[in-house]
Ligand binder design. Structure first.
Ligand code: FA5
Length: 339
């Protein structure tokens, strides 16, 4: 026979034990499990109420009221502890993720184009704006494209003009970008306008010569192209790339693939504008009819001009770099000036 006093004791015990357990719980998850243990459908408070049937009708409301009080007290203790846990959790997160706003920030270093790429892109942009196509060709060439089709006769001393690296198979590391003229004319019909940037190789090394350097080839073929077109185009390039008052000099020269031929020098001036020297920046000329014949163009119908410029020389003059080797050493102190 269950006594009302036993039930009261059970309820009071549940209240005390529950409140104590809640207080000793350190995680919201476990706290919730504990709450279920006392206040859930199968929890301790409900279990006590199941014994109510054994009591007299007068006793039942008393126990019902006490059970409600115990449940309220447990719920309050649960909410209280939950609030404590949540606030200490966010405090913990604040201290753990603390940021010292007085420390210097982390910053990304800005990259920059290499001065040679920058020069190449600038020149490409200029010609692209005039409707030129941008072409490419292989760096390892056959003798035919590097020399023969460009009218260098076999064993002619002209081949020594460009000290050549040969491969074991008898190919050459192209000594200039002019072979791209041939590839391009073999696959395109006139009228045409193109430039071809790329690396070239020669056995050559001093402060203005490097064994690997970069050129931009230019070729225009149409009816009635004259030397005036060539001169106007190159002066436009030089005045746009450097400045409108840059002094140029066209010097007669010789290339087997152009006739007549010229080399263009740019004046090097001191701070008061006096010319202190000249730097050769490109070779050029009117396309030799023998070259048109090699690609199957009719030299009676078409004329054209071509040029080949040294990107390093353009960059050296523009940025005041005196030694060509600085471009290839990748010294960060030099490169970061181009940011
Ligand atoms: C040629 O290479 C001819 N193919 C250019 C040409 C093209 C003429 C089309 C006519 C028609 P040259 O060897 O002069 O020519 O070289 C052209 C430019 O490349 C030079 O003016 C110079 O600016 C640059 N250059 C030549 N050799 C070196 C080198 N070793 N290092 C750096 N730049 C060089």
């Amino acid at each position: 026979m269950i006594e009302i006093s036993d039930i009261r004791t059970q309820l009071e015990t549940a209240r005390q034990k529950g409140i104590l357990e809640f207080e000793q719980t350190d995680s919201p998850q476990t706290l919730y499990e504990k709450r279920t243990k006392y206040l859930g459908k199968k929890g301790e408070v409900k279990a006590v109420l199941r014994g109510l049937g054994a009591l007299s009708p007068e006793e039942r409301p008393q126990i019902g009221q006490l059970a409600n009080e115990v449940a309220d007290a447990l719920e309050a203790a649960y909410q209280n502890r939950l609030a404590q846990l949540k606030s200490s959790e966010s405090e913990l997160r604040l201290t753990k993720d603390e940021v010292d706003i007085t420390l210097p920030g982390t910053w990304t270093r800005r990259g920059a184009y290499h001065p040679l790429m920058r020069t190449q892109y600038e020149i490409e942009e200029l010609f692209y704006s005039m409707g030129y196509d941008i072409a490419e060709g292989p760096e390892i060439e056959s003798d035919y494209y590097n020399f023969e089709a460009l009218n260098f006769p076999p064993d002619h001393p002209a081949r020594d003009m460009q000290d050549t690296f040969f491969t074991k198979s008898g190919h050459v590391l192209r000594t200039h970008t002019s072979p791209v003229q041939i590839h391009y004319m073999e696959t395109h019909k006139p009228p045409l306008r193109m430039i071809a940037p790329g690396r070239v190789y020669r056995c050559d090394s001093d402060i203005t010569h490097s064994p690997m350097f970069t050129q931009i080839e230019g070729l225009v073929v149409d009816k009635n192209i004259t030397f005036c077109d060539l001169k106007g185009t190159l002066e436009f390039l030089i005045h746009k790339f450097f400045s409108p008052d840059t002094i140029t000099r066209f010097r007669p020269s010789y290339f087997p693939f152009t006739e007549p031929s010229a080399e263009v020098d740019i004046a090097v001036t001191d701070s008061s504008g006096h010319v202190t020297g000249w730097l050769e920046v490109l070779g050029c000329g009117m396309v030799n009819p023998a070259v048109f014949e090699a690609v199957g163009y009719d030299p009676e119908r078409f004329t054209g001009f071509a040029f080949g410029l040294g990107i390093e020389r353009f960059a050296m003059l523009k940025y005041g770099i005196r030694d060509i080797r600085l471009f290839y050493e990748n010294d960060i102190r030099m490169l970061k000036q181009f940011r």
